[in-house]
Design a protein around this ligand. Structure first.
Ligand code: HEC
Length: 121
């Protein structure tokens, strides 16, 4: 009787070990890296940005990949570009003027800037 109990607990132990080694749940918890980039891209398509900008050609405003190349590696530019998107401006790329977007929240403008800057990779 004692033996049977011992074998049963041994089996339980083996079962528990096997269970944990086949657990692949960890992979599913990996955070997608590009959520902010994706949200920024969506916001840009939902606002008037594409009237003046394209991803890879100069329109009225600079191509977004040109903006990304100009500020490559400068992570602090997210804040600067976000406030420029809200306030509008001119003089960095030429004489054309970007209209202000005071209706945008700072958080949304930052997501857009994050998307634009992501185009340099
Ligand atoms: C009326 C046309 C127009 C619209 C609409 C517009 N832009 Fe611009 N954008 C420009 C121009 C022109 C410039 C270049 C400004 C300069 O030379 O300082 C510019 C510059 C930029 C820059 C680079 C700023 C810098 O200082 O290098 C970013 C980023 C940008 N726009 C994002 C956006 C986003 C995001 C939107 C939508 C919310 C938007 N733009 C809407 C015309 C526009």
């Amino acid at each position: 009787m004692k033996n049977a109990l011992f074998i049963m607990s041994l089996l339980a132990l083996l079962y528990a070990c096997g269970d944990s080694s086949t657990n692949t749940g960890a992979d599913e918890n990996k955070k997608p890296v590009s959520t902010d980039v994706y949200r920024g891209k969506m916001l840009i398509s939902q606002n008037d940005c594409l009237t003046c900008h394209r991803e890879d050609t100069l329109l009225i405003g600079p191509a977004y990949n040109a903006v990304a190349a100009k500020y490559a590696g400068q992570t602090a530019m997210v804040d600067t570009l976000a406030s420029k998107i809200i306030k509008g401006g001119t003089g960095v790329w030429g004489e054309a003027v970007m209209t202000p977007h005071p209706q945008l929240s700072e958080a949304d403008a930052k997501l857009m800037a994050t998307y634009v800057l992501s185009l340099s990779h």
